[in-house]
Design a protein. Structure first.
Length: 225
């Protein structure tokens, strides 16, 4: 390996070398838009142990019993759209990450590629604010990812990036609910379904996605040198 390439790799790894605008990066951006669309319609069932509120009532019972053991296992149907967005910004950086999400949003206003369809009228759907919130979240994440990608940085990016998405999504949801004069119980159920336990899953998987995105970026950057 020549000293020039070694220097470039070092610069990329520690100083956030920007990816140049080329045909290859534009194709990669288009593929990332497709990746978001695929993630939108992908549902993963996650099962893991948990402690329900009535845990104490089972202390005297045989925990090896299948029905009792199953009571301590929960399943959640997870849509990995948010982690994919953070993977993209870790892979492409702030500029191309925002371009990918902006392209996805624009296409969704003409074609049914959002979770509940598409078109201009989708702007009045409760969940559209979460999609719009990808842009400021990417700007935030992409700005911090210009430095070293250590664990603490990735952890903070995941927490605050995900919170940006959910807080802005909830605010947009409340705005649409106000326009529709929707009952509060309906709004609450929407918030719980979109931003309940989903927040924790988003943070965890976004951390993994950012790490994976940075590793993939290193490989692609070396190939494209």
């Amino acid at each position: 390996m020549s000293k020039r390439i070694a220097k470039q790799i070092n610069s990329f790894k520690y100083k956030g070398e920007p990816i140049r605008i080329t045909l290859g990066t534009l194709i990669l951006t288009a593929l990332c838009i497709l990746f978001i669309i695929v993630a939108t319609f992908t549902q993963v069932t996650i099962k893991h142990p948990y402690l329900p509120l009535d845990t104490l009532t089972f202390l005297s019972q045989d925990v090896s019993d299948y029905d009792i053991l199953h009571h301590f296992i929960t399943s959640y149907k997870y849509i990995p759209q948010t982690p994919v967005v953070f993977f993209i910004v870790a892979l492409l950086g702030r500029k191309f990450g925002m371009l990918s999400v902006a392209g996805y949003i624009i296409l969704g206003l003409f074609f049914p590629i959002f979770a509940l369809g598409g078109g201009i009228s989708y702007m009045f759907e409760y969940g559209f604010g979460y999609i719009l919130a990808f842009l400021p979240a990417i700007f935030f994440a992409g700005t911090l990812l210009k430095g070293k990608t250590d664990f603490l940085r990735v952890f903070l990016i995941s927490i605050f990036g995900v919170l940006i998405i959910h807080i802005l999504g909830i605010l947009y949801m409340l705005f649409i609910a106000t326009l529709r004069h929707a009952p509060m119980d309906l709004v609450t159920s929407w918030i719980m379904s979109q931003s309940g336990i989903q927040v924790l899953y988003d943070i965890f998987f976004s951390m993994l996605a950012i790490w994976l995105g940075r590793q993939t970026r290193k490989i692609l950057w070396i190939v494209m040198c």
